[in-house]
Design a protein around this ligand. Structure first.
Ligand code: SAM
Length: 430
């Protein structure tokens, strides 16, 4: 879609609000669109796409446009230098002064830019990622994090199968490919709004990144079991777990946020699941948690985290997160994992997961937990995936990256509580 003056003004306006970084970008955009009801859906798509483009490439844009360039200048620079709009195309949309300024934009050369400017990441993130990977891997990861995420669906196998959904989508003019790893995943080749689509309204499809689906697969819940989704939020993973249990057994969905648990309700209703029991807890030490100690077959801890693996969807996070916040998150993650582990019965499974890329939130938390909980052992994720015939090997833990796997960045470790006789449970995956 070609920009016009009105769209540039509107995008610059909302970008000005986003660049204050006071609230999450998706909330700011939704509030803006609620205010501006006259905007057509194509206009909204343009505004969202271009505001996010500037958020993704902010550090590089500031390097070429000047540290103090405001929202409008950053947007015009993005249109010219990232989208490749020529001076002729932009001239009717910008003032003469702005057109002259565009001509003077620094012709930056890659080797003159810092790693932070090339990757569009803050220094503190680069410092941490550089300790985990070489520069080529970091550049490849950063490039992928700066792309728009694809639209992945999870098919509710309680209601239908993947081929039937592909056929229905095709009848609606939408093409999709089966996911690379998850047996329930479809990746759409377009990004339509699905909220009014009958497949969505009937709970046949849910929007869920393929990486997120794999976390439910690693938990591998079975029919009739007692399962806890400890940080269930609005139920993204709960729904996948409940379907794997074929709506049998008991699936407790714990969270400290009532707002998120309330959002889960219509999703559960659409899905047709009758085994989900949302439970509001005040913390991981809540008495409702204590009452279930040692009784649960499988526990998923999808811990609150920095979210740096989801920068494709939430590019503002990289500018809003801080090293101090990560330190606080790590303390919380440790406490939640230790609290949740008490639920697991002998021989039961505990999966710790995040959508962070930082070792300190991932294997750091798990290694510390194992060091102080000798009754738990790590189960190699690559062996579990091979047994489930999923062609994916990231080693002993799951470590997904957008550049390598096409998913958001996810981490998961699978732990098992030693059986009462001290042996590890016989692995008998479905
Ligand atoms: C990564 S999100 C979960 C996303 C969710 N599992 C999904 O798939 O949509 C982390 C969740 O942990 C919750 N949380 C934070 N502290 C918690 C605690 N102490 N006990 C349980 N949940 C907690 C947050 O409210 C948030 O919903």
């Amino acid at each position: 879609m070609k920009p016009n003056e009105k769209l540039i003004d509107a995008t610059a306006d909302v970008l000005g609000r986003l660049l204050r970084f006071e609230y999450p970008a998706d909330g700011v955009l939704s509030a803006y669109f609620r205010e501006q009801r006259a905007l057509q859906s194509r206009d909204r798509a343009f505004i969202a796409e271009h505001a996010y483009l500037v958020l993704r490439r902010l550090r590089w844009l500031r390097a070429i446009a000047g540290e103090h360039a405001g929202a409008r200048k950053l947007l015009i620079a993005a249109l010219a230098r990232i989208q490749g709009l020529g001076v002729k195309q932009l001239a009717p949309l910008v003032s003469r002064k702005e057109a002259e300024w565009l001509e003077t934009l620094a012709q930056s050369k890659a080797d003159e830019l810092s790693l932070g400017e090339r990757t569009d990441l803050p220094d503190w993130v680069i410092e941490r990622l550089s300790a985990q990977m070489d520069e080529a891997a970091l550049l490849s990861l950063a490039r992928a994090l700066n792309q728009q995420a694809p639209l992945d669906l999870r098919i509710n196998l309680m209601k239908t199968d993947r081929e039937a959904v592909m056929a229905t989508l095709a009848n609606n003019g939408l093409t999709a490919e089966p996911g690379r790893y998850s047996p329930w995943a479809l990746r759409l080749n377009e990004r339509p709004s699905l909220s009014k689509n009958p497949l969505y309204e009937k709970g046949i499809i849910e929007v869920q990144d393929e990486g997120s689906q794999l976390l439910a697969l690693l938990l591998a819940p079975r029919r009739g079991e007692m399962v806890v989704d400890f940080c269930a939020g609005a139920g993204g993973k709960t729904l996948a777990i409940g379907a794997m249990m074929r709506s049998t057994g008991r699936l407790y969905a714990f969270d400290v946020s009532e707002k998120r648990l309330i959002k889960m309700r219509p999703r559960v209703a659409r899905s047709g699941l009758s085994n989900v029991h949302p439970v509001l807890i005040d913390s991981e030490a809540d008495t409702k948690v204590k009452r279930l100690a040692g009784k649960i077959d499988r526990v998923l801890v999808d811990a609150p985290c920095s979210g740096l693996g989801t920068l494709r969807r939430n590019p503002d996070l990289k500018w809003r997160q801080t090293p101090q916040a990560v330190t606080e998150l790590v303390a919380k993650q440790r406490a939640i994992l230790a609290g949740a582990s008490r639920l697991v019965k002998a021989g039961g499974r505990l999966v710790y997961a995040t959508c962070s890329l930082l070792n300190e939130e991932n294997r750091g938390v798990v290694d510390d937990f194992l060091a102080s909980h000798p009754d738990f052992v790590r189960v190699p994720v690559n062996e579990l995936l091979a047994a489930a015939r999923i062609e994916l090997d990231t080693g002993i833990d799951l470590e997904l990256r957008p550049d390598l796997h096409g998913t958001d960045g996810f981490y998961a470790a699978v732990l098992e509580r030693r059986a009462a006789d001290g042996k590890q449970e016989q692995k008998n995956e479905e």
